[in-house]
Write a protein of this length. Sequence first.
Length: 228
Amino acid sequence: MIGGSPSNIFQPPAPPAAPPPPPDEDQPPAGLVSRTPASGTASLSMRTAALSGDGEALKAVAAAASTTTAAAVRLWLAPGRLTVAPGDTFEVRVQAEAGQPVSHLPLSLSFDPKVLAVEKVEDGGFLGGAGEARVMSDAGRPGALVIGASRLGKVAGVKGTGTVARITFRAVAAGSSELGFEGKALDASLRPLAVRSRPALVEVRPEPAPRPAAPAAPRREASVSGGR
C-alpha cells in the first residue's frame, strides 16, 4: 500500500453528471407537439450496426437519425401576448422557422368571437413573393380562421425563418381570448414534416374613465371697511 487508504476496485465508478439544460432561447415553442417517428429502415440500421460492433457505422446512422429528428418546422404567433382596448385594431404575425424545405403550410386559428373579429389576412412573404407563393384564408365561421400558404408550381421548398401571414384583428368587446393555433407542414412531395406550434393570448380591457376635474376653490373677495 502506498500512502492513503486503498480504493475499492469493486466499487463501480460514479455516473457522469448530466449536461446542463439548453438556454430558454434554444427551446422550441411550447404547445402542440407533433413529431415524425424514425423510419423502420433507420431503426433497423442502428440495431444492425450495434450488433456488428461497427462503431463508425453506428455513429453515421445515429447522426443521420438525429438530423431527421431535429429538422422540424416551428410555428408561432407574435406577439405571444398583448393587451388592447375595445375598438382597437391590431396585427398578429404567423411566424415560421423551417429546418428543412417546406412548401405547404395549412394553418388554423380559433378565438372567442365575442371578443375578437378578423379584419383581413395578408401574405407575409415567407414562402415566396408574387407569382411564387399564395396565401388564402377563410374567416366565414365565427371564432375560426383557416389559412393556406403554398408554393406555386413544381418548385423546391424554402428553409429559414420568416413571416407566413399577417392577421389584422379588431377588439369587439372587453374580455380575454386565447388565439388557439395549429399547423401542419408539407414538403414539395406533400410529405408531412414534424411541427411544433405555440398559441397566443389577447386581453381586451376597457380604458379607465377619466377622472373628473377637481372643483375650483371658491373665490374669496376681500372687504374693506372704514369709519370716519
